[in-house]
Design a binder for this molecule. Sequence first.
Ligand SMILES: [Zn+2]
Length: 280
Amino acid sequence: MAWNPDAIKMELQPESDSQAAIRPTQLIVHSVIAPWTARRIFEYWRDSSNLESHFGLGYEGDLGQYIGTETRADANAGANRRADGTGAVSIETASNTSGTDPWTAQQIEQLIRLGVWMHKRHGLPLRICRTHSDPGYGYHSMFPQWSTSGTACPGKARIKQFREVVFPGIVARATGQTPQEEDVALTADEIDKVADRVVAKLMAADVIPAVAPPDNNADWETNKTWSVKYALQTPIVSGRETLRRVKDIEAKVNALTVGGVDLDALAAKVADLLATRLAN
Ligand SMILES: [Zn+2]
């Protein structure tokens, strides 16, 4: 039995005592297709299902652990426990009901922390799984052996975040490439300036239209600016936090646009803006 020190322990019985032991070699991430807290995910496993995941993660970064990581859980079909006794540790994450929204900055931070812990505690190698049984990190739809009837989980936006933010974040932190202490908080004035520049840059690059698309509502002008400012205005504690929030903005802005969006151009513009900001 191993319990993650960042997680609130909400032990599921009888599963926690009755299910077979595993030697954890993989971490597989999911979207739960409900906007639930870690507590609500626990209640669902306890009251409404005989399945379960090891961990659950709410939008605010609230992390619950329901089963020890050296015990089998049910979220990954053939990867739950293989004949050799190895198995995958699973985490369900709060999402919208269609599984299309990106992870929040708080969720990304916890996923990175959990990933680092899995490396240190259980010796997971710092790589994305190359096959369904290969030790490392993955997401649910990565291999057909990990689901009973196919799945899109955790959704397109989150698969992109997994590859571009979460997994690189795990590697960087586990290998000591991201110092924790040297971050600088932004002032409210700086946040406004960054938000304005993000919007201006995205419009200049035609990534978000300067005028409302015909099938969008009259609040277009307000919404696109709001989405950027919203992501920046909730308390920012550090430069790294800003990095995560800009990734969040990228997804939010994308969700507001309709058709013709060049995601690579969007990502490049946001990265460029942030590099400028952090260099100044
Ligand atoms: Zn899943």
